[in-house]
Design a protein around this ligand. Structure first.
Ligand code: ADQ
Length: 458
């Protein structure tokens, strides 16, 4: 079997429990199943030193990583990836910074990484590149003569043509994408938006799964990312989680717990979620003293202003709502600004009657899937899910809401609170059917199978 070479902005850790961030967790699972090389940035900055690879080995996985300089980090990662592509691809042109220097830095880092990976490649490797940091990576590898099959998976949404064309370098980036053999998107909607650009903007054509433009043909399909459903179910029913649960139930004293778990990011709809809690407490006074939102949101990208601003906004909103409604023995919003370990997270999911997952826009959202898989099938909680999360496509049996509509979200919370056991079980069964069939192994195998047969004769 061909070796798998995975390429992503951040690598690892390849041993021990995964850290917060859907991509890291998902990718490690893919490499474990097949063995191979994981290549990318160490996550460290070094003072303008030579680009030198560092190696780490764990079982059948090798990690090869390199430091970035401060300038590279500022232009490539903080700059073009996170202040331009991230907001733009989440439809937030208002937060998008267009800066030519950042774009040049982004291309240079892609080239630097491709220069380093090239000599490590074997002729029959299959190369799987991840996410928006690395759009031009295949183009840079091909400049070194790479002829291997190269696939790309976009973890975030793909924007509509009208938004994408606000980016001055859109044509160059899209042309670069055509150096891949296979493009994977989270949902059919993302795929449709990509195809729209190919036809209307690039003057290309579509035939089945094949897209042709810029003189090249590639395969483009949707592969909704999943979770390790069986493993999570097993963990949720294990003795250590059951012990955690008992402790948590004691502290809850019969109150309904709503759980939110998100990286602290403006796409996740956290201020709007707190506003929905405010509506709930105002419109349904019986919730006071009886319902609480436990929001776990570790800081991410803390060095960017937009992220500092959202953190401040949340702290002030939580303070305002708690100041107004809290009682001596009850606080409506418990807001925890750090990551928690997997076992505690699983116990928190299972002890929460309602999972509140309300991003304004999200590629997929793994928390929604984790929440459902962690439930007790005999007495499951209810998922309230944003219609703008990619996961909504597969999770129609959740209570789907528009996160911009605080009234609708608070009504859905009420519906979830009072949902009869039988309906909760039915919805849970329907959701689980999908989560079991379309799990992380299914995602990985479908993508890799297609990558295997995707090298067309160009
Ligand atoms: P993210 O935006 O990071 O991922 P998500 O899919 O929800 O979002 O994944 C988050 C992961 O981190 C989950 O596995 C969750 O359990 C974990 N996590 C989050 N907060 C945590 C905390 N406080 N403590 C511990 N663990 C925490 C990007 C895209 C998504 C897409 C994924 C995968 O933005 O749309 O679903 O990649 O493709």
């Amino acid at each position: 079997m061909s070796r798998l070479v995975a390429v992503s902005n951040r690598v690892g850790p390849i041993r021990g429990p995964g850290r917060a961030g859907g991509l890291a967790v998902a990718l490690l699972e893919a490499l474990k199943a097949r063995g191979g090389l994981w290549f990318g940035w160490t996550g460290e900055i070094s003072e303008g030193g030579e680009a030198r690879l560092q190696y780490e080995q764990e079982g059948n996985i090798t990690a090869a990583t390199v430091d970035l300089s401060q300038i590279e980090l500022d232009e490539y990662y903080n700059g073009f990836a996170n202040r331009c592509l991230w907001p733009l691809f989440h439809f937030r042109t208002d937060l998008t910074t267009f800066n030519r220097r950042h774009y040049e830095g982004y291309r240079l880092v892609n080239r630097k990484l491709a220069n380093l990976l090239s000599p490590l490649l074997k002729p029959d490797d299959h190369i799987w590149v991840h996410d928006y940091h690395l759009l031009p990576f295949a183009e840079a590898l091909r400049e070194h003569g790479a002829s291997q099959a190269i696939g790309f998976f976009l973890h975030i949404p793909f924007p509509m043509t009208e938004l994408l064309t606000t980016l001055p370098q859109h044509a160059q980036l899209m042309r670069g994408l055509f150096s891949y053999d296979l493009l994977g998107f989270q949902t059919e909607d993302d795929l449709l938006r990509f195809r729209d650009y190919v036809v209307r903007q690039a003057g290309g054509s579509i035939s089945g799964d094949l897209c042709t433009a810029y003189g090249r043909t590639l395969v483009a399909k949707a592969y909704p990312i999943g979770i390790d459903t069986r493993e999570l179910m097993k963990q949720a029913a294990s003795a250590p989680v059951r012990r955690e649960l008992l402790k948590m139930r004691d502290t809850l004293q019969g109150r309904t717990q709503i759980i939110g778990v998100d990286r602290l990011d403006y796409t996740k709809g956290l201020p709007q979620r707190f506003q929905s809690m405010l509506r709930l407490l105002e419109d349904y006074p019986d919730t006071q003293g009886r319902v609480e939102l436990l929001q776990i949101a570790p800081t991410s990208r803390g060095e960017l202003d937009e992220y500092t601003a959202i953190r401040k906004e949340l702290e002030s909103l939580a303070g305002h709502i708690n100041g107004r409604f809290a009682q001596l023995d009850w606080t409506p919003i418990r807001y925890i600004n750090r990551a928690v370990n997997r076992r505690a997270l699983t116990a928190l999911y299972r002890s929460s009657r309602i999972g509140l997952v309300t991003p304004m826009r999200d590629g997929m959202n793994l928390v929604a899937k984790e929440y459902v898989a962690a439930q007790d099938p005999a007495d499951p909680g209810v998922l309230v899910l944003s219609q703008f999360a990619g996961a909504a496509r597969q999770m129609q049996a959740a209570l789907l809401v528009n996160p911009y509509d605080a009234v609708a979200v608070s009504e859905a919370i009420q519906t979830a609170r009072h949902m009869p056991l039988e309906e909760r079980q039915q919805r849970h069964q329907q959701l689980m059917k999908k989560l079991l069939a379309e799990d992380i192994a299914h995602w990985r195998e479908s993508f890799l199978r297609d990558l295997n047969s995707s090298r067309p004769t160009n």
